[in-house]
Unconditional design. Structure first.
Lengths: 643, 709
């Protein structure tokens, strides 16, 4: 049963003709409103993930629930299909169950709130916002168990409910939810912050509608969607070939010593329509690396990527959705069936960008970016301090942005929008630790005409006994280089105990006990290089060497020989070395993955990384059976419809 | 007789305003700027303005100066070659910055990061460590430091910056590094982060201190040069520089902490606007300063400009107080275009600048700009000569705007109106940032517009915002110089003091605030301000424990003594509610304590205009066909110099003066007040009732349960 929308005023909106300038004005007013939602949330939330690192996503949608401004595409229509109740003025909905919204949020830490905006008794727009809560209970602090096998271990999930009923807060429900979280006062503050940002959006939309009239507001939003569709149609026609393009990438392991997992995707165009098909992607994992990928979200990623590469002026919204079709097999890593665990979906979520780069780039190699820091790996540290107070740190780390057609990738930066690091002085003031090292690692960016960004090294010196969790990836497979560029370096985690003994840590692990004065050296990974490294200006290489971003030895991978002063180019030796490299190497590779086959990569895993290679993934039977049943049911439905 | 002089050096013109401190009489002058050595233009201007006033330059006591030297140094990347000393393990603090990539989802694809102001090649590490509480964890390795410092010699650095981890809590190591650096690198100026901005957050503290070193040599040279030139014409003259926060700094302190001058230029406009509007009886103001490439806006409440704790220039944001000025890339030179894919009309941020400038300037520009649209619309009459001698070519403007008309299938007039409207909307976007986004309702504010192009858009902006009246001050082009001339000496000191309320006491806070006040007063007294002229105000930054924001509230020491910490927390909760619609029943945490001291400003009464009746006919100089709000109208053109106090100018009308043009729309009337301001109101205007609350919402009560113990 879909939701019943209650409106005092039943008069439908009238589609009116709106002049270009008014559309532009409404467009910028809505864009301002969306940024205002961000500001309100950042400033009042308490979870550092939202407050400092900006792990949150706002949206304003039209009456039908199509996103007009925002970043991650709309799920409102889907939400309404699954919600069995009424929608009324003053209502605000809350959910944290990814399965209930087909992956619009992808793990239970994300609290998604949705508010209809009423004016004169009818809905004129929708506002939505979600943010990552530091903790939602479950088996580990931070609620992201690396070895979770069902979503129930991840923490409390909230089905779609009305948390405000006609303006009245459902206090009992909130109490139950907060009771299940380790840091309830943070959740409460974040909750209030999301409500405040939704109300801000509401006020702004009402103001715009007051200024222009409801019908103009309604029609202008339609026109914005149409405008985007027109631009995207043109872009798709120009850039997506009709011939099938294929690309695959990997998640190195699942936290249960199995891997790597394959994500496969094909892309082609039929007329104006661009089709993405993930057939062949590995089945859902037994652990928590599954990523419930929402089709609309993927369209948004694909669209944004195309726009950024080809024409950043285009304003983004849901208008072009009809022009893309996304096929994801049920029961796969990207469409797992409940109750598969989802908490550590960040690796597959990030990897989607590498896949898009690989797919779209093949048709237009000049516009292809290399693989980058396609993840937002987490680090957790928690315990009781000397005063018996509970402390709990959750941090996102950063790495190398890939080399790209337009220039080098920045070192130790974020691939995700608006994320920032937490100042170390802030960490040291509030948590029992010191950050001994905070720098990027020379030579970890893939060499190329445009260098990939370097990986980040953080040295965490723990000052109290506690437990840490590590979430990372790309320790086995490399961030690939593109168009002749070489791969970036892989990630690595080393725990140095206070007595000097060293322990290599796996990429995904929970419950590692640490003692006072233990030091964790956390190295993330670099971005792949773009273009032939032999074409990089030797002066630029020398500049990086003098800056300490590339070593003298590393410069040789660009065919550049640095003199003994450590900063000037030996031109004769460079010319000779470049000639030698050019003669020895094979033909230019569009992709350089740093390995030929997975078997070959695994064979040298131990020698190169110090860690045992993962064993091939095993999959559950129930998910396979259930997925097949789903597919048959869908086929039967289709057949019935056709008949 | 004593005189003071306000000087604003812009890209094209240097504006001067001379004030007789006794009578309040003012004289202004506008001379071409001399970019190679700006002091030449300043001296030319002094000669001109003194000639007009009939005085000798030697009679000038004070020169108050707003300058863009610091800003331009950052924007053009022409600062000093800076060395940097960090704590071991933090060499790349500027390279990594906050790991932030601008531009939204996928923004990294087109993001190329600019190089840090202190090159990595000139950055060295000191082996030392201080904890967040200020305890020395590892002593400074002095010998190793000496070796590293010597290596910087060959890198030809011109300035050295020291920024060590947690130095906000204990500055001993930074001071030790300075001592050693002075021995190893004699003659190289050294800045310490614990001096420049003793606040938490290593990146922000480092970038601020480096920015200070980066602009310092140029600013220092500039000020010394200007001082020497001024000394040639007047032996007693004292030079003061306008700071970003709208206060005046002694030239010596300005040269030492130039990072506080990055907004010096635009701050002059805000203080000038403030001075004019408060006299006219409007203490609540939005300001809009429209130049050739951009518009600067700010908000003034109860006669106080809103300040923020950071300053942004280009892609550098530093921790230095400044008037909360937001800049949007919309000005007279902003270029209109229609992207092929979306067929939308966009204006800016690309600008034709001063060269080639708008198409109508006939200097080779062919792209349609906002100025061209204003000409097509008839708002800039051909009889108007910009800056006195530039001829506008209407045909060229038409040809340029036709490109937009063709792309959108509109008439040329409608295309021009579209450009005008989009420019207005972009400016409104910036005005919203300083008003509605901060919880203020623009309908409770008047709007004052200045800069050459401000008065063309003012009436339209007021209409969009509901901010009445729209105030056009006399001489909108020289308002910055007026601001420079009318500000007071000001200084402030602050200290990071991160502390939960339960861990401190009102006594402790009062003690620190008084110490800070004493330091700030000493600096102002050096400028010759006597003790009894100094007023001190106190502020604290605080938040709920666990939040990342900080809000600034002013506190009164008596209130603190009487009501304790509640005097602070009540105000904070109130402000939090106003900004975000809710307050939380959580513990408060102090972040920064600050004392600001201010000398007395000049008390001059402006000369008033001759009074006359409402009929402005005597000032009418012609008629002009114009296109306003989609209709052809005939506007009366007035000469502003001939308008008298009490005149009522009914729209559609255009008011011309030497450096600016005012548009009054149909159904609006501009009244000339006794100071010569034009106050535009819609006909039949009624002031709004008391401000509506921004959003009605009840804060949610917390659950009883505390964190697991």
């Amino acid at each position: 049963m879909p939701a019943t929308i209650v409106q005092r005023n039943k008069k439908p909106f009238k589609k009116v003709k709106v002049d270009t300038v008014s559309i532009d004005i409404i467009e910028s007013a809505l864009r301002n409103a969306r940024f205002e939602m961000d500001t309100v949330l950042f400033r009042t939330a308490m979870s550092p993930g939202i407050r400092e690192q900006h792990d949150e996503f706002p949206m304003i949608a039209n009456v039908e629930g199509k996103m007009v401004v925002g970043q991650f595409g709309s799920f409102i229509w889907g939400f309404m299909q699954g919600y069995d109740g009424t929608v009324e003025e003053g209502d605000i909905f809350l959910t944290s169950d990814p399965y209930a919204v087909n992956g619009a949020i992808s793990h239970a830490n994300d609290w998604l709130m949705l508010m209809p905006i009423y004016r004169g008794g009818r809905i004129i727009a929708w506002a939505a916002m979600f943010g990552h809560m530091t903790d939602v209970g479950g088996k580990v602090p931070g609620s992201l168990p690396t070895d979770g096998t069902t979503i129930y271990e991840d923490g409390i999930t909230i089905p779609p409910i009305k948390i405000f009923d006609k303006g009245k807060l459902n206090e009992d429900v909130l109490k139950v939810v907060l009771h299940n979280c380790r840091l309830p006062h943070w959740n409460l503050s974040d909750f209030n912050a999301i409500v405040a940002s939704l109300r801000t959006a509401g006020i702004r939309c009402i103001e715009i509608a007051e200024r222009f009239g409801d019908d103009v507001f309604y029609s202008a939003m339609d026109a914005m969607l149409e405008r985007n569709k027109r631009a995207m149609r043109e872009l798709i026609r120009r850039t997506v070939p009709e011939q099938k393009q294929y690309f695959e990438d990997y998640i190195c392991d699942d936290g249960l010593n199995m891997g790597p997992y394959r994500i496969k995707c094909s892309m082609w165009r039929e007329g104006d329509k661009c089709i993405f098909d993930f057939a062949g992607t590995d089945p859902q994992s037994m652990s928590s690396i599954n990523f419930l990928l929402n089709e609309e979200l993927f369209k948004m990623f694909a669209g944004v990527y195309m726009v950024m590469v080809f024409d950043p002026q285009i304003l983004f919204n849901d208008g072009f959705y009809d022009l893309m079709e996304v096929r994801i097999p049920p029961g796969s890593l990207l469409k797992p069936l409940k109750p598969a665990a989802l908490s550590c979906r960040t690796h597959a979520l990030g990897r989607i960008f590498d896949i898009l780069g690989g797919l779209l780039g093949q048709g237009n190699p000049d516009f292809m970016c290399a693989a980058g820091f396609s993840d937002s790996p987490h680090f957790m540290y928690s315990g009781y301090d000397q005063h018996g107070e509970w402390y709990q740190l959750y941090q996102i780390t950063f790495g190398g942005i890939p080399g790209k057609p337009f220039g080098d990738g920045p070192d130790g930066h974020s691939l995700w929008p608006s994320f920032t690091n937490v100042p170390n002085e802030f960490l040291e003031s509030y948590f029992p630790l010191r950050i001994d090292v905070y720098e990027t690692i020379a030579d970890t960016g893939g060499p190329g005409k445009h260098r990939g960004g370097n990986a980040l090294r953080i040295g965490y010196r723990f000052l109290e006994p506690g437990e840490i969790s590590i979430h990372d990836d790309r320790w086995l497979t490399y961030p690939w280089g593109a168009n002749g560029g070489l791969p970036g370096a892989r990630s690595r985690k080393l725990l140095i105990r206070a007595d000097g003994t060293q322990e290599l840590m796996p990429s995904k692990i929970d419950h590692v006990k640490v003692e006072s004065n233990d030091l964790l050296i956390s190295d993330t990974w670099g971005g792949g290089g773009w273009g032939d490294p032999l074409e990089r200006d030797p002066k630029q290489v020398a500049f990086d060497v003098e800056a300490g971003l590339v070593t003298v030895e590393g410069a040789r991978r660009y065919g550049v020989v640095i003199k003994s002063d450590g900063r000037s180019v030996d031109e004769a030796a460079t010319a000779a070395l470049r000639k030698e490299i050019a003669a020895k190497r094979g033909p230019k590779k569009i992709f350089d993955r740093g390995f030929d086959t997975i078997e070959e990569l695994k064979a040298r895993c131990k020698a190169e990384t110090g860690l045992e290679p993962p064993s091939p993934p095993r999959f559950t039977k129930w998910a396979k059976v259930a997925a097949e049943a789903l597919i048959q049911k869908a086929a039967a439905r289709k057949g019935a419809k056709a008949a | 007789m004593s005189y003071r002089l306000g000087v604003d050096v812009g890209g094209t013109f240097t504006d001067l305003l001379l004030v007789n401190e006794k009578t309040g009489k003012t004289w202004s002058a506008k001379v071409p700027s001399t970019p190679a050595d700006q002091s030449i233009g300043v001296l030319n201007g002094i000669e001109r303005v003194c000639e007009r006033a009939g005085i000798a330059p030697a009679e000038i006591d004070h020169v108050m100066h707003g300058t863009t030297v610091a800003t331009n140094t950052v924007l053009t990347g022409t600062g000093a070659r800076c060395g940097l000393v960090t704590t071991k393990g933090y060499k790349q603090v500027l390279q990594i910055a906050r790991s932030f990539v601008p531009g939204g989802l996928g923004g990294w694809v087109i993001y190329n990061k600019s190089l840090p102001m202190a090159p990595l090649a000139c950055t060295i590490e000191a082996d030392e460590r201080v904890s967040a509480k200020g305890q020395v964890v590892r002593k400074l390795d002095e010998n190793a430091l000496r070796v590293s410092l010597r290596s910087l010699k060959s890198k030809k650095i011109e300035a050295l910056t020291v920024s060590l981890i947690n130095s906000f809590a204990n500055a001993d190591h930074e001071q030790l590094v300075r001592k050693i650096a002075n021995e190893e690198l004699p003659g190289i100026p050294v800045s310490l982060s614990s001096d420049v901005v003793p606040e938490m957050q290593e990146y922000e503290r480092t970038v601020t201190t480096v920015a200070n070193s980066y602009v310092r040599p140029r600013v220092d040279r500039y000020i010394k040069n200007l001082q020497a030139k001024l000394a040639q014409v007047s032996s007693k003259v004292k030079l003061h520089i306008l700071r970003s926060d709208g206060g005046l700094a002694p030239s010596s302190s300005a040269a030492e902490y130039p990072v506080n001058m990055l907004m010096s230029g635009p701050a002059g406009g805000v203080t000038g606007a403030l001075w004019v509007a408060v006299q006219a009886g409007f203490p609540n103001l939005l300001t809009s300063d429209v130049g050739g490439t951009s518009t600067d806006v700010a908000l003034i409440q109860n006669g106080e400009p809103r300040l923020r704790r950071e300053t942004t220039v280009g892609d550098v944001t530093v921790r230095a107080s400044s008037v909360d000025i937001r800049t949007v890339g919309a000005g007279g030179g902003s270029i209109a275009h229609v992207p092929e894919l979306t067929k939308a009309l966009r204006v800016g941020p690309q600008s034709a600048g001063a060269d080639p400038g708008p198409a109508a300037y006939n200097r080779g520009g062919t792209e349609p700009t906002a100025t061209d649209a204003n000409i097509v619309l008839g708002y800039l009459p051909e009889m108007q000569k910009l800056g006195g001698d530039m001829v506008l070519d209407r045909d060229l403007a038409q040809q340029a705007v036709k490109k937009i008309a063709d792309a959108l299938k509109l008439s040329i007039k409608d295309a021009a109106l579209g450009i005008y409207n989009i420019v207005n909307e972009n400016m409104v976007g910036a005005l919203r940032l300083v008003s509605v986004e901060q919880g203020y309702d623009p309908r409770d504010f008047a709007l004052i517009s200045f800069g050459g192009a401000g008065p063309l858009h003012s009436n339209a902006l007021s209409k969009l915002l509901g901010s009445w009246p729209s105030i056009i001050p006399p001489g909108p082009g020289v308002l910055c110089a007026l601001g420079d001339a009318t500000t007071a000496v000001r200084d402030e000191r602050s200290r990071t003091y991160v502390c939960k309320f339960s861990d401190t006491s009102p006594k402790e806070i009062e003690k620190i605030l008084k110490e800070l006040a004493a330091e700030a007063s000493a600096s102002v007294e050096k400028e010759g301000v006597s003790k009894n002229q100094i007023t001190t105000s106190y502020q604290v930054d605080l938040r709920y424990h666990g939040q990342g924001l900080r809000l600034t509230v002013s506190i009164d020491l008596k209130d603190l003594q009487k009501n304790g910490l509640k005097a602070i927390s009540d105000q904070f909760d109130e402000e939090h509610k106003r900004l975000f619609t809710f307050a939380l029943p959580l513990e408060h945490e102090l972040v920064t304590l600050r004392a600001a001291v201010q000398g007395e400003g000049i008390k001059i009464t402006r000369q008033t205009l001759q009074k006359s009746g409402p009929n402005p006919k005597a000032a009418a100089v012609g008629k002009q066909k114009a296109y306003m709000e989609g209709k052809d109208v005939t506007a009366i053109v007035y000469d502003r110099a001939k308008l008298k106090a009490g005149n009522k100018v009914a729209g559609p009308a255009i008011v011309m003066e030497m450096d600016s043009t005012t548009v009054i729309l149909p159904k609006h009337t501009g009244t000339i007040d006794k100071f010569g301001n034009i106050l535009i109101y819609p006909d039949g205007y009624k002031a709004p009732k008391a401000a509506k609350p921004r959003a009605a919402s009840k804060p949610v009560k917390p659950a009883k349960k505390k964190a697991r113990k």
